[in-house]
Design a protein around this ligand. Structure first.
Ligand SMILES: C[S@@+](CC[C@H](N)C(=O)[O-])C[C@H]1O[C@@H](n2cnc3c(N)ncnc32)[C@H](O)[C@@H]1O
Length: 220
């Protein structure tokens, strides 16, 4: 079974990706206007509250395959936006015969829409979206965590991976979007996960301008 071929999943992903594509010209203008001195302001998430900012279809399929490949039962996502990446991850969990995705989203309206989109895909049983700041809502994601998606921007990846690391099982996969895509504020994350002393094996893969692929191998 491949839930990405389920008509409900196909239909909602088609609609969400299409709507996200249609937003791109407006998003480019908006992002340019709010970027200050090359950096996004603290309240960028609020200013971009109407925008999807999603993973690509290619990344989504890769997320699905990763969840299937490591037989994941517990997945954590920073962050969920309107639920596109959540649907790919949850589809993998369903096809693994069950599991839970702990999603997170700062903007309450976005979290509510994500829940509706995930329900429309028929995947609500596999997802819990926690609304609020992920640095608080992901403090206790449960254990063991098999897969993590970092897609929240704003240079918080290092904080989040350090917060989640005690929950990772050996061999857990951490995928981080927007690494080496000119997002300088996120580079401390790449440096940290690439330092073998921190317990990861990590490198960048060519996907949507750079996706960091890290495997937790432990520090002992
Ligand atoms: C790139 S989007 C996520 C896209 C999503 N993964 C998808 O594929 O549809 C980043 C999201 O992070 C949210 N965000 C930003 N800072 C956050 C924080 N501190 N805690 C939780 N969510 C946050 C933003 O509101 C935005 O919706």
């Amino acid at each position: 079974m491949n839930s990405l071929a389920d008509p409900k999943v196909v239909e909602i992903l088609y609609r969400l990706h299409r709507d996200a594509e249609l937003q791109k010209p407006e998003l480019r203008k908006k992002a340019e206007a709010i970027r200050q001195g090359g950096k996004m302001p603290e309240d960028w998430a609020e200013q971009l509250r109407d925008f999807y900012l999603p993973v690509s279809r290619e990344q989504g399929r890769f997320l699905y395959q990763t969840v299937r490949g490591v037989r994941a039962e517990r997945v954590v996502e920073f962050d969920s936006s309107f639920g596109i990446s959540s649907i790919y991850l949850a589809a993998g969990l369903r096809d693994n015969n069950g599991g839970i995705l702990i999603g997170s989203e700062l903007v309450e309206d976005k979290a509510a829409t994500a829940r509706r989109n995930i329900a429309a895909a028929g995947l609500a049983d596999y997802v819990e979206i926690r609304s609020g700041d992920a640095r608080t809502t992901l403090l206790d994601p449960g254990s063991p965590v098999d897969v993590v998606l970092l897609d929240g921007g704003s240079g918080m990846y290092l904080d989040i991976v350090q917060l989640l690391q005690p929950h990772l099982r050996l061999g857990a996969v951490v995928l981080a979007d927007n690494i080496e895509a000119g997002a300088e504020d996120e580079q401390p994350y790449a440096k940290w996960v690439r330092d073998p002393a921190n317990g990861f094996v990590s490198s960048s893969i060519e996907m949507k301008g750079g996706t960091e692929y890290s495997v937790w191998v432990g520090t002992a």
